[in-house]
Design a protein around this ligand. Structure first.
Ligand SMILES: C[S@@+](CC[C@H](N)C(=O)[O-])C[C@H]1O[C@@H](n2cnc3c(N)ncnc32)[C@H](O)[C@@H]1O
Length: 218
């Protein structure tokens, strides 16, 4: 059982579900970059971990120089590792890794509205459906019209929790572009496009509450 989120990231070395999830998330990020119009592509990553999904995609992507990104993560060790990767990739002028609370709207000032919004490993750590709806509703502050939204949701005990995520996204002006389950069958990854209007000011400062703990996470 991982004792903190830094240790939780070690599971990427051994857990097929996480490895397959990461592969699909990277595929969806690459698709979104390819589908973005010419010019600057703004990306935000909410609860970014060490940023391996975005940074691993940018490493060999032809549009990496077009990207400006803000990754927001609470764990300082993960942020440090992410910043080291950014340096190695030579992207320090374009990509910032904020050590802060991703649930607070002010932490996105200057970085939104984004073209690509990444919320992976988060939706399963919300208290209930109300909290899920609140997060999805607040994406209208983070997202441009046409923005790509990449998300994950685990299934436990055969319960397909992603069905509900897709239902709420549909009702919140998100169109599904792609949806895949990992080969292990217990993790969903979605790619949606926001067709609603961007809200230039957040409806509320607290965009959601992350209530998960690493010892129970997968
Ligand atoms: C399940 S991990 C997912 C990390 C990464 N997105 C991934 O998919 O590999 C959840 C992450 O959320 C971070 N986290 C939890 N609450 C947060 C908050 N309020 N603001 C920023 N990060 C948070 C944790 O530190 C942890 O790294």
């Amino acid at each position: 059982m991982p004792k903190d989120w830094y240790e939780w990231h070690e599971l990427y070395n051994t857990e097929p579900t996480l490895q397959q999830r990461l592969e699909i998330v990277r595929e969806f990020i690459a698709y979104s970059l390819n589908a973005s119009p010419n010019g600057n592509i703004r990306v935000v990553s909410v609860c970014a971990g060490d940023g391996r999904d975005l940074l691993g995609t940018l490493k060999n992507h032809p549009r990496k120089q077009d990207v400006s990104a803000r990754l927001v993560e609470l764990n300082p060790q993960l942020v440090e590792r992410g910043r080291a990767t950014i340096e190695t990739l030579g992207l320090a002028k374009q990509i910032e890794f904020i050590n802060g609370d991703a649930a607070i709207a002010n932490n996105y000032i200057g970085a939104v509205p984004a073209d690509i919004v990444i919320v992976c490993g988060v939706l399963g750590h919300l208290a209930d459906d109300r909290e899920l709806k609140r997060l999805i509703d607040n994406l209208s502050y983070l997202s441009k019209t046409g923005a790509f939204f990449i998300w994950t949701r685990g299934h436990t005990n055969g319960i397909p929790y992603s069905d509900n995520v897709r239902k709420i996204l549909f009702a919140s002006q998100f169109e599904e572009v792609n949806f895949q389950l990992t080969a292990t069958g217990d993790m969903a990854v979605g790619l949606h496009q926001y067709i609603g209007e961007n809200l230039p000011q957040p409806k509320e400062q607290q965009l959601f509450v992350f209530s998960g703990v690493p010892s129970k996470a997968r």
